[in-house]
Design a protein around this ligand. Structure first.
Ligand SMILES: Cc1cc2nc3c(=O)[nH]c(=O)nc-3n(C[C@H](O)[C@H](O)[C@H](O)COP(=O)(O)OP(=O)(O)OC[C@H]3O[C@@H](n4cnc5c(N)ncnc54)[C@H](O)[C@@H]3O)c2cc1C
Ligand code: SF4
Length: 510
C-alpha cells in the first residue's frame, strides 16, 4: 500500500518508530509553509531555526534511504497550505493511505482532523513518541480535583518513572529543593562561555527573504548559535552536564545583567522541535549526576528534573485539558496595550531594558526574566493577555503554542484565573533587587514609591492589588499581600494610584 506520512516542523524525532524500517512504498512529506510563518509575526532566528532543522532532518532521512518530498519556503510549486499540499501529493503519487503524528498545537490538530475527513483515502494518526505523558494523562490524574497542583503531578511522575526515587521515596530525602534554588548571582562562580554552533545560515535567510516572509529583528547569519541537528542537540546536552549542571539549581532564579544564559541549558528549542526527547535529557543528566556525586549536589539535579519532568509535562497537560477556551481567557479583565518599547528595548528601567533587549537580540530569555521581569511588568500594567501572548509567541526561539500559552497567559498573566498559578506572580522592585544586579545601575530608585525617580514597579504593584481586590477576595494565598495593602494609609494609597495611573498612561516614556 502506498503511504504518505506527514512530518510537521516540530516533529523532528529521528527515534520515532516510523523510521525503524525503510519501505519503498512510504513517502515522507515535509513543508515550510506560509500558513506557519504568518499566523503570528516571528523572530527571524525562530523561523531560521525551524527551517534549517527541518532541512537537516529531511537530509538525514534521505541519507539512510527514506523517501522525502520537501517543499522549501521559496519553491514555486509550494502551495503553503497544509490541505492543498497533502491533497496534491496524494493525487500525484497515487497514495492509498495518509498517516500523521499527533500535533502538539490545537490549531493543527483541528486542521488535520478536518483534512482527514475530506480525504477519500484511509488515514491513521500516531503518537509523537516524545513526551512522558499522553495528552490526557494530566486530566485523568486530576479527575474530580479543583486544584491542579504541579507539585502533586510532579511527585506522581517521579514515582511512575522511577526518577530520583528509591522505594517510592525521594533520593536525598526531599521531593523539592526549590528553597535552595533561589540564590542571587554575585559573580562568585565564573559562568562558562555558552556553546555556540556558529553556523552559516545565509542561504536559508535568503530563501525566507525571497519568499517575502515578514519577520522581525536580526540574525548573525554567519554565526547561528542554536542546535539544528540531533547531533548538536546531544552536544548541547553534554555541554550542560559537564559545565552548567553543578550550579543550575542554585542560580536557577538569578537575574544578572552581564550574562544572558547564566547556568541555563538552552535545550528548549532542541526539545520542542523533538530533536531530543525529555527522557534522553533526564536520563543523561541523572547518569552524569550518579558518576559525579562528589561534585554535584542533588538540589542542582532535582531543580533541573523538576522543570522537565514536572513543569514541561504539566504545562502540556493543562493545554490539552483547557483548550480551546484557554486561548480566550482574561480573568482579570486586563485591557491595556503593549508599549512600543517591547519592540525596541528602549526604556530607562534597567531590568526591562536588559530582559527585552536580550529577548530581541538572542530570541531567548530565561524563565525568571520571562516570568518576574517581562511578565510581571505586563501584568502590573494590566496589558491584554492576547497582546502579551502574541509577543511571547513571536519572540522566543522555543515558542510553540502548547508551551508558550499556558506559561504566558496562565502562569505569568493569571488570565486563567488561577488554574496554573495559585496566586499571581507579581512583585514590587524589592524582589527584583533581591534576585538581580539590575537596580544598582538603574535610572530609578528601587526603594522609592514616589517622586520622578521612583521605581515604577513599586506603585504599579500596590495599584494592581488594589485594582484587582475583588478578584482576589476569596484567595487565601493572597491574604498576606492584601493585609499589607490594607495597612497603607488611604491618602498614601491615593498618591500611589495616581502615580501608577500616570505610569500606565505614559509607558513609553519610562
Ligand atoms: C511567560 C513565560 C513564557 C514561556 N514560554 C515558553 C515557550 O514558549 N517555550 C518553552 O519551551 N518554554 C517557555 N517557558 C518556560 C521556560 O521559561 C523556558 O522553557 C526556558 O526559559 C527555556 O530555556 P532553557 O532551555 O535554557 O531552560 P532551563 O532553565 O535550562 O530549563 C530546562 C528545561 O526545562 C523546561 N522548562 C522549564 N520551565 C518550564 C516551563 N515553565 N514550562 C515548560 N517547560 C519548562 C524547558 O524544556 C527547558 O529547556 C516560558 C516561561 C514563561 C514564564
Ligand atoms: S529600580 Fe525598579 S525599574 Fe530599575 S531595575 Fe530595579 S526593579 Fe527594575
Amino acid at each position: 500500500m502506498r503511504k504518505l506520512r506527514l512530518i510537521l516542523g516540530d516533529q523532528l524525532n529521528a527515534k520515532h518508530s516510523w523510521f525503524k524500517q525503510k519501505n519503498k512504498n512510504t513517502i515522507y512529506l515535509m513543508a515550510e509553509m506560509r500558513q506557519e510563518t504568518d499566523y503570528v509575526k516571528h523572530h527571524i532566528q525562530k523561523v531560521v531555526a525551524f527551517f534549517i532543522s527541518m532541512r537537516n532532518f529531511s537530509e538525514a532521512l534521505n541519507k539512510v534511504g527514506h523517501q522525502v518530498i520537501y517543499f522549501k519556503i521559496s519553491d514555486n510549486e509550494n502551495q503553503h497550505d497544509l490541505e492543498k499540499i497533502i491533497t496534491r501529493v496524494i493525487s500525484d503519487k497515487k497514495i492509498e493511505k495518509f498517516e500523521y503524528q499527533l500535533p502538539d498545537e490545537y490549531r493543527l490538530d483541528e486542521q488535520l482532523k478536518s483534512i482527514c475527513k475530506n480525504l477519500k483515502i484511509e488515514s491513521k494518526v500516531y503518537d509523537t513518541e516524545h513526551f512522558y505523558t499522553s495528552r490526557n494523562d494530566l486530566t485523568n490524574f486530576f479527575h474530580g480535583k479543583k486544584i491542579l497542583l504541579m507539585e502533586n503531578f510532579y511527585r506522581m511522575m517521579r514515582k511512575r518513572h522511577h526518577i530520583l526515587v528509591i522505594n517510592e521515596q525521594p533520593i536525598g530525602g526531599k521531593w523539592n529543593y526549590d528553597h535552595s534554588n533561589r540564590n542571587k548571582y554575585k559573580g562568585e562562580i565564573a559562568i562558562p562561555k555558552p556553546l555556540s554552533f556558529s553556523k552559516d545560515v545565509l542561504s536559508i535567510v535568503n530563501d525566507i527573504q525571497m519568499a517575502d516572509v515578514k519577520t522581525f529583528e536580526e540574525i548573525d547569519a554567519e554565526n547561528f548559535p542554536w542546535p539544528t541537528t540531533r547531533k548538536e542537540s546531544i552536544e548541547l546536552l553534554d555541554y550542560f552536564c559537564t559545565n552548567l549542571l553543578a550550579y543550575f539549581g542554585e542560580y536557577q532564579d538569578a537575574l544578572y545583567s552581564e550574562h544572558a544564559y547564566l547556568f541555563h541549558s538552552r535545550l528548549s528549542f532542541a526539545m520542542n522541535s523533538k530533536m531530543i526527547s525529555p527522557k534522553e535529557v533526564i536520563d543523561t543528566v541523572i547518569t552524569y549526576f550518579n558518576n559525579n556525586q562528589d561534585t554535584i549536589e542533588i538540589s542542582q539535579v532535582e531543580g533541573f528534573v523538576r522543570q522537565i519532568l514536572g513543569w514541561r509535562e504539566y504545562i502540556r497537560g493543562i493545554y490539552w485539558k483547557e483548550m480551546p477556551n484557554y486561548a480566550k481567557m482574561n480573568a482579570l479583565d486586563n485591557q491595556n496595550k503593549l508599549p512600543d518599547f517591547f519592540w525596541t528595548g528602549e526604556t530607562k528601567m534597567k531590568c526591562m531594558q536588559h530582559a527585552i533587549s536580550q529577548s530581541l537580540t538572542e530570541a531567548y530569555a530565561h524563565h525568571i526574566q520571562r516570568l518576574m521581569i517581562i511578565g510581571n511588568f505586563s501584568l502590573l500594567t494590566q496589558i491584554h493577555p492576547d497582546e502579551v501572548d502574541a509577543w511571547y509567541l513571536g519572540v522566543y526561539i522555543d515558542a510553540i503554542e502548547w508551551v508558550e500559552m499556558p506559561n504566558t497567559r496562565g502562569m505569568s498573566q493569571y488570565a486563567d484565573g488561577g488554574i496554573i498559578a495559585t496566586k499571581p506572580y507579581v512583585s514590587s522592585g524589592s524582589y527584583i533587587n533581591k534576585m538581580s544586579n539590575y537596580c544598582s545601575s538603574c535610572h530609578y530608585k528601587v526603594k522609592n514609591k514616589f517622586g520622578e525617580n521612583a521605581c515604577p514597579f513599586n506603585s504599579l504593584y500596590w495599584n494592581f492589588l488594589d485594582d484587582k481586590r475583588e478578584h482576589f477576595k476569596n484567595n487565601q494565598r493572597m491574604n498576606m499581600m492584601m493585609a499589607l495593602l490594607n495597612k497603607i494609609k488611604p491618602d498614601e494609597l491615593i498618591r500611589i494610584k495616581e502615580k501608577a495611573q500616570y505610569i500606565m498612561e505614559n509607558l513609553d516614556s519610562y
